[in-house]
Design a protein around this ligand. Structure first.
Ligand code: ZN
Length: 195
């Protein structure tokens, strides 16, 4: 899960059923070994099954409920190469299955990141500003897209979850690691063009 930088309260919860069919999924937190595993590829023949389609719906529901702008399957304790993301007004709802980054832009940008699996912390991470990614979408069709700005950050953050990496592993200057209260107090107003 990648947060918007101004996200407030973060609560963990047990699985809760919404309506008749949707479910909020419990989030794995740092220290849970599943967050450190390499996620397995999804068999393309499984993508259109009712079970996987419901899982994708539940991931979106969980992401929106928190609220976040991205969620990777290992964060809901399922070690498969599947991420969902979306940010109204910035980039569309997107499902990436078995994603591969095939191009990194040469420019690096630094942004604040946070993660639902790492409660209450923010830190600055430097990443390429542009990526091109190839994946399968939720219908099992080939997807090939180039992203910049917040979308590019989100793709890289979520794909890190598929190889057992957290944003704190990507921080080069740990002195920017900040608790949420202090982030609001000292840093939130800092110019943050991407997140
Ligand atoms: Zn995350």
């Amino acid at each position: 899960m990648l947060y918007l930088s101004d996200t407030g309260c973060v609560c963990s919860r047990d699985e809760t059923i919404i309506g008749t069919d949707m479910a909020l999924l419990p989030i794995a937190k740092v220290g849970n070994p599943i967050l450190r595993h390499m996620a397995a590829k999804v068999d393309p023949r499984d993508i259109r099954t009712k079970e996987l389609q419901k899982f994708i719906d539940d991931m979106f529901e969980t992401m929106l409920d928190e609220p976040g702008i991205g969620l990777a399957a290992p964060q809901v304790s399922r070690s498969i190469q599947l991420v969902v993301m979306g940010c109204e007004g910035d980039f569309p709802n997107t499902v990436l299955i078995n994603p591969k980054i095939v191009f990194y832009g040469p420019k690096q940008v630094e942004n604040w990141e946070g993660c639902l699996s790492v409660d209450g912390l923010r830190g600055k991470v430097t990443r390429p500003s542009v990526v091109r990614v190839q994946a399968l979408d939720r219908d099992g069709k080939d997807l090939d897209l180039e992203a910049d700005g917040l979308f590019a950050v989100c793709i890289q953050h979520e794909m890190d979850h598929l190889i057992g990496k957290l944003f704190v592993d990507r921080m080069t200057d740990m002195s920017t690691l900040t608790q949420l209260d202090e982030f609001s107090r000292y840093w939130q107003k800092e110019e943050t063009p991407v997140i």
